[in-house]
Design a binder for this molecule. Structure first.
Ligand SMILES: [Zn+2]
Length: 61
């Protein structure tokens, strides 16, 4: 393809890209806090108990 920065995207092409864009399933890991175990997104403080990797990082609501 030439190096023109403008090229019309076909609708199928856009849809294929968008389907890939958010294709990853929302992975949830069990909270590390013993006694909690709430499903928590990885690398995120637990929304239930507010701990991350065994440390209290946010105040649980
Ligand atoms: Zn927790």
């Amino acid at each position: 393809m030439a190096s023109s920065g403008f090229r019309k995207k076909s609708r199928a092409n856009v849809r294929a890209r968008r389907s890939r864009w958010k294709a990853k399933a929302p992975t949830l890991t069990a909270c590390r806090n013993p006694g909690c175990g709430a499903p928590t997104p990885p690398h995120t403080a637990c929304p239930a108990c507010g701990t991350y990797r065994g440390r209290q990082v946010i105040r649980p609501s």
